[in-house]
Design a protein around this ligand. Structure first.
Ligand SMILES: [Zn+2]
Length: 292
């Protein structure tokens, strides 16, 4: 039987200036409405300062039964913050989102999957400030972030925190994510179907998408850290994203990640010692330039 897929959204806004029209309310409603029709609840990882500006939208998310989790205070990758600012901002984000949602916030996802060997200290912080789980690891090398060699299925960090890694699939000789972002918009649907079919036993599968991906009519602009090409990729096939996300949930949607985590049995403990230096050689240079 196919492993169910949990819907997750990274609630963020990439506008580079407050003078640009805000479309987040519209774009988020597109996906929330569709999920409500399908009676699907998922996990919404929120950039806390954006959530603070959208109280009505936050109320709607919680009224619909979605789990609220943290996607940073301001969507800054962890390596650009350093440990002290990361701690301060993460505590603030958790408190803000708990106030706004009325929920205890248990989950964390790093902006741009920026938990990598050089930011492994973030795991101590996440455990210390009271998160139960993280879904911040890309277990393969990519041009931006990624921590190759980490397990493909859920595991526990020595600090006790549960990690739910990003689902990946072998494709043309490399392993790539397939249930979200540009990968989901650009690759043929057969790649997604193959990924679900080949998912290792014990996998937890989740989509990751962003409000702007449901907004094909948003006027083009160049992302702050992205450059023209990366920004163009951000606009490819936005018109097909809703259909693709819904298709990935049709064969059985999983519950919000906090419920999935609560139902996991004994998990292997992963010690970071043996893998501390592995990453793709180009990452350091490229990761600061792009958000895909
Ligand atoms: Zn993000």
């Amino acid at each position: 039987m196919a492993i169910p897929v949990t819907f997750t959204l990274d609630f963020e806004d990439l506008r580079t200036s407050p003078l640009q029209e805000s479309r987040i309310e519209y774009a988020t409603s597109v996906i929330l409405d569709r999920l409500a029709e399908l009676d699907i609840r998922g996990t919404i990882f929120c950039v806390a300062e954006i959530a603070e500006r959208e109280p009505a939208l936050m109320r709607r998310m919680t009224d619909l039964g979605h789990e609220i989790a943290v996607h940073g205070l301001q969507h800054t990758p962890i390596d650009l913050l350093g440990e002290e600012r990361f701690r301060e901002q993460t505590i603030r984000a958790k408190e803000l989102l708990e106030d706004l949602s009325g929920q205890e916030v248990l989950g964390y996802r790093a902006p741009q999957f920026s938990v990598v060997p050089e930011t492994a200290w973030a795991i101590d912080v996440l455990a210390e400030v009271g998160f139960t789980y993280s879904s911040s690891i890309l277990p393969v090398a990519t041009l931006m972030y990624g921590w190759p060699g980490t397990p493909m299925t859920p595991f526990r960090w020595p600090q006790g925190l549960v990690e739910i890694p990003c689902p990946v699939v072998p494709f043309l000789g490399v392993s790539i994510p397939y249930l979200g972002g540009a990968y989901m918009r650009v690759l043929p649907s057969m790649v997604r179907r193959r990924g679900v079919r080949l998912a290792p036993e014990g996998s937890v599968l989740w989509t990751y998408c962003h409000p702007w991906e449901f907004d094909p009519d948003e006027p083009f602009y160049v992302y702050e850290h992205g450059g023209w090409l990366v920004s163009r990729i951000g606009w490819i096939n936005r018109g097909g994203m809703l259909r693709r996300v819904v298709a990935s949930l049709r064969d059985g949607a999983g519950p919000p990640l906090r419920e999935v985590v609560a139902g996991l049995g004994e998990l292997p403990v992963f010690d970071t010692e043996d893998l501390s230096e592995r990453r793709a050689p180009l990452q350091g240079r490229l990761r600061r330039r792009a958000e895909v």
